[in-house]
Design a protein around this ligand. Structure first.
Ligand SMILES: NC(=O)c1ccc[n+]([C@@H]2O[C@H](COP(=O)([O-])OP(=O)(O)OC[C@H]3O[C@@H](n4cnc5c(N)ncnc54)[C@H](OP(=O)(O)O)[C@@H]3O)[C@@H](O)[C@H]2O)c1
Length: 259
């Protein structure tokens, strides 16, 4: 009993409200599930209603509190509308996870302004706008957790990092700027850095067994990531227990980055 109370004091998210962008697929879906199972009321935000509803149905069937908002986070108006709708469901969020992202990889010389703008809008501007919308309120209430999902390509260029790598590098800087502004008021801001994770984002690569094996060999654990690998890290960063962890990039990559 002592251990249950102790763990609950450190990590329980009972009474918290979370918004998870990209919460209907891959890492975002695993993050939403982990937060909900740890006690938070979770709103998942993405575009496709069927996937959103399936995610929420799975969680509510387990007795969790969850809801969805469909919105396009690729435009500023879309972000603003989705943020208002998300806050209406369970109230202003204590936890924001930015997982919605795209990875378009034309060779650098062919990188168009359109690909640049699309990438920056979803991968960087949406997290910035959502931070502006929710961060000050979190600071006023004295508790907040902002968690961005970045990439190895925030740290080094490979496989045509292009606009994607730039957006993720900037997202890590955004986390530090947000951490500087709001950490004194109980709002921590961090990033989780995946390696290669088997999700729909990587469908094309995941279907090539040789490439999958070669990538797995680059990790220390000896396998590629699964969305579920992010559950513990997300709950930790969202919890009271992580109050002194801020402005950090936390690698959840099986050792890929240090191998
Ligand atoms: N998988 C990896 O190996 C890997 C590696 C490094 C970093 N990451 C990062 O991890 C995050 C999650 O990736 P994932 O692999 O979990 O991807 P995923 O399975 O493809 O999920 C992406 C999510 O983002 C949503 N989304 C995409 N465009 C959107 C838009 N315009 N507006 C609102 N929502 C949108 C998608 O839903 P809808 O399509 O319905 O909108 C979906 O829920 C991304 O930021 C990615 O860059 C992934």
């Amino acid at each position: 009993m002592i251990s249950r109370d102790y763990l609950s004091e450190l990590f329980s998210l009972d009474g918290r409200v979370a918004v998870v962008t990209g919460g209907s697929s891959g890492i975002g879906r695993a993050a939403a599930g982990a937060l909900a199972r740890a006690g938070a009321k979770v709103v998942v935000v993405a575009r496709k209603e069927q996937e959103l509803a399936a995610t929420v149905d799975e969680l509510t069937a387990e007795g969790c509190r969850a809801a969805w908002v469909s919105g396009d986070l690729g435009t500023r108006d879309g972000v603003r509308a989705a943020a208002e709708a998300a806050a209406e469901v369970f109230g202003e969020p204590d936890i924001l996870v930015n997982s919605a992202g795209i990875n378009l990889r034309p060779p650098m010389g062919e990188l168009s302004e359109e690909v640049w703008d699309t990438t920056m809008a979803l991968n960087l501007e949406a997290p910035y706008l959502l931070g502006q919308r929710f961060g000050p309120g979190m600071a006023e209430r004295g508790y907040g957790r902002i968690i961005h999902i970045t990439s190895q390509q925030a740290h080094r260029a490979f496989v045509q990092s292009g606009a994607y790598g730039v957006s993720k590098g900037a997202l890590e800087s955004l986390a530090r700027s947000q951490a500087e502004a709001w950490s004194p008021y109980g709002v921590t801001c961090n990033t989780l850095v995946p390696g290669f994770v088997m999700t729909p984002l990587n469908e094309r690569l995941s279907s090539d067994p040789e490439k999958v094996a070669a990538l797995a060999a680059r990790t220390m654990v000896g396998r590629n990531g699964l969305a579920e690998d992010f559950a513990g890290a997300v709950v930790f960063l969202a919890s009271r227990g992580a109050a002194y962890v801020t402005g950090q990039s936390v690698f959840v990559d099986g050792g890929l980055s240090v191998h």
